[in-house]
Design a protein around this ligand. Structure first.
Ligand code: COI
Length: 356
């Protein structure tokens, strides 16, 4: 294992005074992890250094062709001041899945997980204390070759930054309103929909902007071919409770394999609930809403946690779900997942580990 060089800042920043007003991803901590890749040398020079601007040429290829991948993870403060990470090995495995699709060299997952734990341990005073807050961790990798020809990069940077955050949506645990997108698509099978790459989020901006203008929080994407099957919501996977069954779109290459999604499925099944991963047509969902069989809907994501959906707008049709209130399964899932993450309840799955 390579040694991680540590250079601590001489000018630490003031921590946020009011942890109830953190918002999401606007404040950054004192340090970041950086590692270089150069063809012939591999990944090298891992270091934790003061957070600050990075230098690259205007011709750096990530700026032109988007060869970049990222992850989203969180560190949580327990009541007895331990700092927990949630399934970090899953994020590192998914990062390598994204790397493979984007022609980015594989990282050593165990090394990267330990580097992140080390960074978080150095930044432990930045992990906020207030209810519902956490330290968001953003690992990302991008190609920096100074060239405008379209080729996989030979020189890359792997950086991890951290940000103390509150709820991703201003609604918090209050149900969000979602707009079913009919005109734009996010990804198609064979594309990059299953990866966490910048381009997928760039593809989402216009639809998101138009939805917000109509006072909807996010868009629900339909498949890019038939424009019929439900895929995912902007920053989260999506679940529906139809009668007593929980259904969620199957992973078929165009949607993200969410770690919160995976955890929700495991928790729900551990309660003996029936969870089915399958294609779900939007007209099937609308029919279930019309006939009273659609009982609950919620999104899942690291940033969004569990986010109940109170309304879906599909063309002229408005589907109101559980009278716009959080349903009992969504609430219990939120309590259980966040209970494990913040160390408030036992972790029967062994999902958390301490960053120290
Ligand atoms: C996350 O949930 O961590 C994400 O990466 C979503 C993000 C785009 C805010």
């Amino acid at each position: 294992m390579q040694e991680i060089r540590v250079e601590l800042t001489k000018t630490p920043k003031a921590k946020p005074a009011d942890e109830t007003k953190l918002g999401f991803g606007k404040i950054f901590t004192d340090h970041m992890f950086v590692m270089n890749y150069d063809a012939g040398e591999g990944w090298h020079d891992p270091r934790i250094v003061p957070y600050g601007p990075i230098e690259m040429e205007p011709s750096a290829m990530c700026l032109h062709y988007g060869q970049s991948v990222f992850e989203g993870m969180k560190a949580y403060r327990t009541a007895d001041d331990r700092i927990l990470l949630f399934r970090p090995e899953k994020n590192m495995a998914r990062l390598n899945v994204s790397n493979e699709r984007l022609c980015i060299p594989q990282i050593d997952e165990e090394f990267a997980k330990n580097a992140i734990a080390k960074l978080v341990a150095i930044e432990k005073d930045w992990v906020p204390h207030a209810e519902g807050t956490s330290l968001y961790i953003r690992p990302f990798i991008f190609g920096i070759d100074p060239q405008v020809g379209v080729h996989p990069a030979s020189h890359l940077l792997f950086i991890v930054i951290c940000s103390p955050v509150g709820a991703y949506y201003p609604e918090g645990l209050n149900p969000v309103k979602i707009y079913v997108e009919k005109n734009y698509v996010r990804a198609v099978r064979g594309g990059m929909g299953y990866t966490k790459t910048a381009g997928n989020y760039a593809a989402s901006l216009k639809a998101q902007d138009e939805a917000e203008k109509q006072h909807y929080t996010q868009v629900l994407w339909l498949d890019g071919v038939e424009r019929k099957y439900i895929e995912e919501v902007g920053t989260m996977n999506v679940f529906f409770k139809i009668d007593d069954e929980i259904v969620t779109p199957a992973l078929q290459g165009s949607i993200l394999s969410g770690i919160t999604r995976m955890s929700c499925i495991e928790i729900l099944r551990s309660w003996g609930m029936k969870v089915t991963e399958r294609p779900i047509a939007i007209d099937e969902l609308a029919e279930a809403a019309r006939t009273g069989h659609l009982k609950e809907a919620f999104g899942s994501g690291t940033a969004a946690v569990i986010s109940p959906i109170g309304e879906l707008k599909w063309g002229d049709e408005i589907m109101s779900i559980n009278n716009g209130e959080i349903g009992p399964v969504s609430q219990k899932l939120y309590d259980t997942l966040t209970g494990i993450q913040w160390g408030k309840i036992a972790d029967p799955f062994g999902w958390t580990c301490e960053a120290k």
